[in-house]
Design a protein around this ligand. Structure first.
Ligand code: BGC
Length: 715
């Protein structure tokens, strides 16, 4: 398929870049490989001017806004000997000014096209602010909710994450006149950091690396991702930022990546702390030789590459290759023709279209975990609204992490959303709840006030800073006294609707059966209150399904649905099997789980054949009927299990899905294709193979649903 990296425009850009490259001095070349942050301006003026004059700056990060970027760009272009515009980069992770739900939330929509639309909108806003490059999408597979960065990715499943990775790249880049170069991060296996401790070591077999952690990167590269970011962690003892195997052999050699690699912030210097490089010069040598093209952020390349060339430790042709790929992308984004942006373009921030999309996305991403029939709300006269996220500070927290340029004052609060949606209801907003310890008296006071209303809505969860980078947590229960608050509210006898807003799966086992409804709203973004009100009132029927397993207790972590088959699968029938003695075998909620206000029936399920060739395709057809009282969307999931193989296979693997919207009473025939190629796995020789043999197949509503089981074989 056509994308910017295989377009005729790419070829033309490369030719222009080749011409320009010939004119550059060594200093100017290395400058193109160097990115700087804000601090270059806080340093002494002379340093910044010298850098500009000598051409030592190729890119900026987190400098944004049309006025600011235009000014810096014009200073740079005026001062440089050879005028080369800088490329401005930023973390546009889930929106720019208009904030969409966090990526983990977006994945729960099971609608990659929704992410494509959100990222296209984000790209338009970011482009208007002078940016041409985002540090996203993050496509790290995350199986450990203690890792705060789980919020930035698309969940625990490789197949699903790969679909979202490609969609995000298309959304950012294939965006007509406003392409924002994507950056697949963090390459690689950052999500495998031990114990979910950020920046920590990843010890993964090469088989697992290739089968679980790398495919989303490959999917993004196939969709045309222009850049890749090397991760902080080491992978099997070699830091990702100095990992020749990952950055050169696999990324360029196997995946055919043509763009450039930027190191994560400080990760080149950190090679010293890793004990992998002796000093800054050694670190630069190792990172660059491994395949890092651009350094984020600072002078380490400027300061060390000349000597490394003189000593013969680096080669000029490799420097040229890196510079060429950076210049090519600068040409491709149109920077040379138009290095500035029109400040009027910023009028697009928070435009109606983007707000409508944020509202739609906010509702599509929420996952209904429990409902005793209280939802959707009908004829409700009075509501007590409480919990720490109802207060004004909730406006920031409902946006989630990684939204540095968002405007929390624009966030629609849950209160405002409810008041607009149910104007006749009496809404009693009860302050006092916090994320930290609360005295029993204060909790009781909130509960007794709340008892005066028909229904209680409690908005609990996490502050936005509790997830994201360095947001690792050892405890996944609701922090502070939030659990006690919910239980006290339940003790009033009034139905409690609990809205959980967090960046990660939380442990909700103590409140699950006490509340009347449990809706995991994640961090929905700018339109939070409206999106949530749409769901509570039934204007929108929840259709989100989990993309990460929700543990029963933190001690089960890591717990993920597609774990390898053991010799002692847990059944609970005897002692000597793979399980914990002191908690249930199952998680609290399985991958793929999510309720709706309506019900769906799957019938007439048929397989096109019960035997397919290793290069063939199976088609699974079924009728989905909306048998309940509300219009809504079903997420039909297809799982397989390879029964006998040359390497132990997962107990179950997602290999297809379809989201189908049906009016109440309506039916649709749905076909899900399963190319045999999708049954391939990485064997012990690190080759992708489809091995003949017997498979099980499930059509399911979630990963634990085994009502519809079939057999087929691969010949
Ligand atoms: C993060 C990256 C991010 C970069 C620039 C780093 O600390 O790990 O994900 O893109 O900062 O903000």
């Amino acid at each position: 398929m056509d994308n910017i990296m295989n377009s005729p425009a790419y070829k033309a850009a490369r030719e222009k870049a080749q011409e320009l490259l010939k004119k550059l001095t060594l200093t100017e070349k290395i400058g193109q490989l160097s990115q700087f942050g804000n601090s270059i301006y806080s340093s002494e003026e002379k340093i910044y001017e010298d850098h500009f004059r000598e051409g030592k700056v190729g890119s900026f990060l987190t400098l944004r806004g049309a006025e600011k970027t235009n000014k810096i760009q014009s200073d740079l272009l005026e001062m440089q000997r050879t005028p080369i515009p800088a490329i401005f980069a930023d973390d546009v992770i889930h929106g720019y000014r208009t904030t969409f739900p966090t990526p983990i939330a977006q994945s729960c929509s099971w609608d990659p096209e929704l992410t494509e639309r959100c990222d296209a909108a984000a790209a338009k806003e970011a482009y208007a602010a002078g940016l041409k490059w985002t540090f996203g999408p993050m496509v790290d597979i995350a199986r450990d909710p203690r890792w705060g960065r789980i919020m930035e990715g698309f969940g625990e499943d490789t197949y699903l994450c790969s679909q979202f990775a490609a969609a995000a790249v298309r959304g950012f880049q294939d965006n007509g006149k406003t392409p924002l170069l994507a950056c697949m991060k963090h390459y690689a296996a950052y999500g495998a950091c031990v114990g979910g401790r950020d920046y920590n070591t990843a010890d993964v077999s090469l088989e697992t690396l290739h089968e679980v952690y790398l495919p989303p990167f490959k999917a993004g590269i196939d969709a045309g991702a222009a850049t890749v970011m090397s991760a902080f962690n080491d992978v099997n003892g070699v830091p990702a930022t100095a990992n020749h195997y990952l950055l050169t052999d696999v990324l360029r050699g196997q995946f055919g990546f043509k763009g450039f690699v930027v190191s994560d912030a400080g990760s080149v210097g950190e090679l010293i702390a890793h004990g992998f490089a002796a000093d800054p010069k050694d670190a630069v040598c190792k990172a660059f030789s491994a395949g890092v093209d651009m350094i984020m952020a600072g002078d380490m390349f400027n300061d060390n590459i000349p000597a490394l060339l003189e000593e013969g430790k680096l080669k000029m042709e490799d420097i040229d290759r890196s510079v060429l790929s950076i210049l090519t992308l600068k040409y491709l984004t149109g920077l040379f023709e138009e290095p500035y942006v029109d400040p009027d373009g910023e009028k697009i921030f928070f435009c109606e279209e983007h707000l409508a999309l944020a509202r739609e996305a906010g509702a599509q991403c929420a996952v209904l975990l429990e409902n005793n029939g209280i939802l959707p709300l009908k004829n409700v006269k009075s509501i007590a609204l409480t919990g720490p996220l109802t207060h004004p500070c909730g406006q920031a927290h409902l946006l989630g992490g990684w939204c540095g340029i968002a405007d929390p004052s624009r966030t629609v609060t849950i209160e405002d959303g409810l008041r607009a949606a149910i104007p006749d209801a009496n809404i009693n907003v009860i302050p006092g709840a916090t994320f930290v310890h609360m005295d029993k008296d204060d909790i009781d006071a909130i509960a007794s006030d709340a008892a005066g209303s028909d229904v209680i809505i409690a908005v609990v969860g996490e502050e936005n800073g509790m997830a994201g980078e360095a947001g690792s947590k050892a405890d996944l229960e609701l922090c502070g006294s939030q659990e006690d608050l919910i239980l006290a509210l339940c003790d009033t006898g009034r139905p409690v609707i609990c809205l959980v807003s967090a960046g990660r799966p939380l442990v909700l086992s103590k409140i699950k059966d006490k509340v009347a409804a449990l809706l995991n709203i994640w961090q929905p973004g700018t339109e939070a209150g409206n999106a949530v009100a749409d769901l509570l009132t039934g204007k929108v029927n929840p259709s989100g399904h989990l993309t990460t397993t929700f543990p029963y207790t933190v001690g089960q972590v890591p717990i993920y649905y597609n774990h390898p088959s053991t010799g002692r699968p847990a059944s609970g029938r005897w002692r000597f099997e793979s399980k914990y003695m002191d908690c249930p075998i199952e998680p609290l909620y399985p991958f793929g789980y999510g309720l709706s206000y309506t019900s769906f029936e799957y019938s007439e399920i048929s397989l096109s054949s019960n035997s397919i060739a290793a290069d063939g395709e199976l088609k699974v057809s079924l009728t989905v009927t909306n048998t309940g009282d509300y219009d809504g969307a079903a997420v039909v999931q297809l799982y397989v299990r390879d029964l006998v193989a040359s390497r132990v296979r997962p107990v179950k693997e997602l290999k297809g899905f379809k989201k189908v919207f049906l009016e109440k009473g309506a039916s649709a025939r749905v076909v899900i294709s399963l190319p045999a190629a999708n049954l391939a796995f990485v064997n012990s020789d690190l080759e992708w193979v489809v091995e003949p043999g017997q498979f099980k197949l499930w059509i399911a509503d979630n990963s634990a649903d085994e009502r519809f089981e079939f057999d087929f074989e691969v010949r």
